[in-house]
Design a protein around this ligand. Structure first.
Ligand code: DMJ
Length: 453
């Protein structure tokens, strides 16, 4: 009898202690007015998607219609947007969206998809939402998708082909680039850890190592490579679209998986990038283009996609370069009132004048705000929010711009606007404990992944 009393008392103490420990986990304080405004802009865009494009990949904000990437919808916007709803505390909306995805999304489709985009948007989205909700249906979908993507790695070098048919596994597209080859390990690696199947990690890791091994003597990679022959097609090196997230994933794969090879590859790569691509001008710090073999400057283009780099530099601890480069990105934004896709930083003239609702400059502001606690980055955030509302908001969601000079709109609202642009803008203003950047690693589509294994 006495023994039973002690057992019951022990169980009570243990459960009381774990409830207390759980209760001690800092609860984020309520979001302030700026974060709430971002949240209402998110709902405005999401409701427009629901009204005009529900069940399709994307909203067409000007024609109030929809767009599917392939002959069948893969629910690109709902999957990409789900963890933003969770982060913003939109619980009812998130629950309904999650249930819809689990019941309706099927990858058993005879369609040829782009491995990179499907990995960062869908695989990344499913994995992060699974980690945040524990809904096993999301992990099953991720595992099913990962398995259908695996044939991409069956090239002579192990570097992935660009496209794969989700039903037949037929691959195509040997001419690829560092971003599409080296931006897979966070998602495939996480899938390995959560499913217990090492094959995903191994294939994605081999791809990135094969790519790294083909760097030039001065440590740079080019912009186009044949994954069947392993030969470079274009030796122009930069940090822009087509290479960008290869660097991002070297750093983040080290942080998420404690993978020492990735750490070595990151450290060697960033040294070369800072030596040959960084350009210290009278106009500030920029990163341009150089030949991967000689290091000779080829051109002086910088743009919306390059603006991810301050975030990566800040996460790696290089706050000095991160701050300086973010000031340049901000100059790019304020010169036009909203940023162009690219400009020539020696003349500050736009060379590709569109704005595709991209997140990178806001992502960098968020990282810098988190790591420096400097108000400067929220000031930047206010400018970003004001411009987005002034120039991109439409009757139905938000529209990209075809020209930042004339501010003419384009009939497109990419899913990353909800996954990334508005998530980072919200986090920039939300209480810092909403997400701890020291514990969470964002994939390149802003899907937060955690080391739960
Ligand atoms: C997103 O799909 C990802 O951030 C990717 O790494 C680059 N392009 C878009 C956003 O600009």
């Amino acid at each position: 009898m006495l023994k039973r009393f002690y057992i019951v008392a022990f169980i009570c103490i243990v459960s009381a202690t774990s409830v207390a420990a759980f209760a001690q986990t800092p609860k984020p304080s309520s979001p302030g007015p700026m974060a709430l405004q971002v949240r209402s802009e998110f709902l405005y865009a999401w409701n427009a998607y629901k009204q005009y494009a529900w069940g399709h990949d994307e909203l067409r904000p000007l024609s109030k219609g929809h767009h599917d990437w392939y002959s069948k919808s893969l629910l690109m916007t709902p999957v990409d947007a789900l963890d933003t709803m969770i982060v913003m505390g939109l619980t009812d909306e998130a629950d309904k969206t999650r249930e819809f995805i689990v019941q309706n999304l099927s990858f058993d489709q005879d369609i040829e998809v782009k491995n990179f985009e499907i990995t960062i948007r869908l695989l990344g989205g499913l994995l992060s939402s699974y980690q945040m909700t524990g809904d096993k249906g999301l992990l099953d979908l991720a595992d099913n998708l990962g398995n259908r993507l695996l044939p991409v790695f069956n090239s002579p070098t192990g570097m992935p082909y660009m496209f794969v048919n989700l039903k037949t596994g037929k691959t195509r597209g040997a001419e690829s680039n560092p971003a599409e080859i080296g931006t897979l390990l966070l998602e495939f690696g996480t899938l390995s850890k959560l499913s217990g199947k090492p094959i995903y990690y191994d294939k994605a890791k081999r791809a990135v190592v094969e790519l790294y091994n083909r760097r030039s003597k001065i440590g740079l990679v080019g912009s186009s490579i044949n994954v069947a022959t392993g030969k470079w097609i274009d030796t122009t090196s930069h940090i822009s679209g087509g290479i960008d997230s290869y660097y991002e994933y070297l750093l983040k794969s080290w942080l998420l998986f404690e993978d020492k090879d990735c750490r070595k590859m990151w450290e060697a790569s960033v040294k070369a990038v800072n030596k040959y691509l960084a350009d210290n001008t009278r106009n500030g710090l920029w990163y341009g283009q150089a030949d991967m073999n000689t290091g000779k400057r080829i051109s002086t283009q910088y743009g919306a996609l390059d603006a991810f780099f301050p975030a990566v530099l800040a996460r790696s601890g290089d706050l000095e370069r991160a701050r300086r480069l973010q000031e340049s990105s901000y100059k790019m934004w304020t010169t036009f009132g909203i940023e162009p896709e690219t400009l020539d930083y020696t003349t500050m003239k736009a060379t590709a004048p569109g704005y595709q609702l991209r997140p990178e400059i806001i992502e960098s502001a968020y990282y810098l705000a988190f790591f420096t606690k400097d108000q400067r980055y929220q000031e930047m955030g206010s400018t970003f929010l004001l411009s987005l509302v002034r120039y991109s908001k439409t009757d139905a969601g938000f529209a990209a711009l075809s020209d930042v000079e004339t501010k003419s709109k384009k009939d497109s609202m990419e899913s990353y606007f909800l996954a990334e642009t508005l998530k980072y803008l919200y986090l920039l203003f939300a209480p810092r404990e909403t997400l701890d950047l020291n514990k969470v690693v964002f994939n390149t589509e802003a899907h937060p992944l955690r080391k739960t294994w």
